[in-house]
Each structure stands twice: as C-alpha cells, then as structure tokens.
Design a protein around this ligand. Structure first.
Ligand code: ING
Length: 326
C-alpha cells in the first residue's frame, strides 16, 4: 500500500524591503506553476513569504509595522495565489504575518496555513517558539524582534489533508524537540516548516559555521524520532544586507534527506513522498502507544527550564519535602 504525495520545495531568494506583494505573489505563482507542470500535489513556501523579514529592524511607527501583516487571508493581494491553486489543483503551505482582531484586541502572530488542491484553507498554525528579543538591542549587527512583533501560539494542531495527517511549524520551532513530539503523538505523517535563518547569530557567532548543519540535524532528528516526513523551506540569500541560509530539504521518516536545494534563490526541489513509509517506524521503534512512558516525563511540562517552573516561579531548592520531579 502506498499513499504518494508529490511535494515541491518552493524556496525563495531574498525579498527586498521595497518589493510589493504583487511582485512576490508573481514569484510564488511562477514556482507553483512549475511545480504543477512537474506533477506536484503540494508546494511548500517559506516563513513570512510575502514580505522581507521585517523583525530584523526596530520599527517604532505602528503604521509602518502593520504594513508587513495581512489583515485577511486570502486578501486582495494574495487571492490570485489561491485562484491559481484551485485552477491548477495544487495545494500549498505559506507563512505570513497575521494581524487579527480578537475580542476587540489587535493580535499579531507569525502564522502559516495549509491550502488544499481546491484552494481552500484546511489548517492554520501560529508560531509557538519566538526567538530573539523584545527590546531594541543596538549592539546587534541586525535585530531579531520576533518577541516584540508577535504573540506566541499555544498549539500544534494536526490536520487531515492530501490523504494523510499533516502538521506545521515555523522556523525556530524546528529546533525544539517538543514541536515534533506534540504532533508525533497525534500520528502526524508530514510536517511542513518554513524558515528565515540568518547565517550569523549575534549572541553566538561561534555557531555561525554550523548553521546549515544545525538546520539539517534538527529536522532529520525530528523526522526519525517521530516517524514523519519533514519539509523545510528557506527564504535564502542576502536579504537587505543579512545573509540567510538555504538548506531547504525534504526528510523521510527514516531521517534520510531525499531532496534538497543547491542555490540561495527561488528554486524548486521535488520528492515523491510515500506517507506509508511512516508506518514501519510508527509500528516498531517509535510505537508511542506501546513504548512511551509519560509518567517519567513530568518535568518537561512542569518546568520552563532549570531555573523556572512553567508558571514562571523559581524551581524550589532540592530538599526532603520537595518533589524533585516538579
Ligand atoms: N530564525 C532563526 C531560527 O531559529 C535563530 C533564529 C537563528 C536561532 C540562528 C538560532 C540561531 O532559525 C527564526 N525566524 O526563527
């Protein structure tokens, strides 16, 4: 038995600050058309794929900041991509800045959606792990203000799509093992991840040479340890002076890379993905219903880290009365 999904990586090169959404949608549409012509069912685009990666700047003017978000999806400038999706019969994942008004409050999220072959949104995800910082830090060569410009999501949902179970993550999420396992225990078979990752990480320049290695390491581990496909797609290249890694790839449930990009521009790479390749891992080594021991894992949810409990209070000092599993 095989359940094939023909997947295209829709890697983007830089998006200039002045590039309009119409110009970007034209680039996305060209990739979607090529992917369809090559028999793909699905194309995966990067994180924040409609604009330049604006968290690299400290923006004080609210109107200037809001211009980087979408108030509706599809909206007037993205409808054409949904129309093309329906016309061709090819689905897609895309990341974008979401500006939502909920209970009278304006909320901003780093969001992604899965759109089916009929051009309909079948799932939405809001980035949980927001890296970087909230305050302006002028010492940095460039800012990384995701903690300032977005609220964190609170869920890793899994959706039925393309004949299987699909999940999403965004960029920094891919570095956290919890991301994959939250979806793994839901039986996820393919996780779609867009990213914008600078080569240089100002707080830890000694990691820069390992940025592509770390990119692959986390997605290969996440795929194998959860018996799922993982598709990682970059916005790559030197964007407004900041060099962003490429490294877009498709990882099989075995952890093997089956397709990857070799440039840092707009590029397609394809793979014929059999969702049933997940089964041998999910039924043996990573048969979670048979082998996992949640009773032994309490600290992962009870604590933020070594110093703080999940509610932000300090971890109590060890002692006869303390349940050191908290
Ligand atoms: N970008 C980066 C990422 O996690 C980063 C942030 C860069 C973290 C380098 C660690 C090292 O890939 C986003 N957008 O999350």
């Amino acid at each position: 038995m095989s359940r094939f999904v023909n997947v295209a990586i829709g890697q983007l090169g830089p998006i200039a600050k002045q590039e309009t959404r119409a110009q970007v949608v034209h680039r996305l549409s060209a990739l979607m058309l090529q992917a369809h012509q090559m028999g793909c069912d699905l194309i995966v685009f990067p994180e924040l794929a409609l604009t330049t990666f604006f968290p690299r700047w400290y923006i004080e003017d609210v109107a200037e900041l809001n211009a980087y978000y979408e108030r509706a999806m599809p909206g007037p400038e993205t409808q054409g991509l949904f129309d093309l999706s329906r016309k061709l019969g090819i689905g897609f994942y895309i990341g974008y800045g979401e500006l939502a008004v909920e209970e009278g409050r304006t909320r901003r999220y780093n969001t992604s959606i899965i759109v089916d072959k009929g051009g309909q949104i079948v799932g939405k995800y809001r980035k949980v792990h927001l890296p970087g910082h909230e305050a302006h830090e002028p010492w940095r060569a460039f800012q990384h203000l995701e903690k300032r410009y977005f609220e964190a999501g609170k869920d890793f949902p899994v959706f039925e799509a393309f004949g299987g179970k699909f999940g999403m993550a965004i960029c920094n999420d891919r570095r956290w093992t919890e991301t994959y396992r939250e979806m793994g225990v839901q039986g996820v078979e393919m996780i779609l991840i867009g990213y914008n990752t600078p080569v240089h990480n100002p707080p830890a320049p000694e990691h820069d040479d390992l940025s592509l290695f770390h990119n692959q390491l986390v997605m290969q581990a996440g795929a194998y340890q959860n018996g799922t496909w993982v598709v990682g797609v970059a916005k790559a290249g030197i964007e407004e002076g900041v060099d962003q890694i490429g490294g877009s790839c498709i990882v099989a449930p075995s952890g093997e890379i089956v397709a990857s990009c070799t440039t840092k521009g707009d590029e397609l790479a394809l793979a014929r993905c059999d969702l049933d390749l997940c089964n041998s891992f999910k039924e043996t080594t990573f048969n979670f219903d048979l082998h996992r021991q949640p009773d032994a894992y309490s600290r992962i949810v009870a604590r933020k880290g070594p110093g703080l409990m999940a509610d932000g209070s300090p971890v109590p000092p060890p002692g006869p009365k303390t349940d050191d599993r908290a």
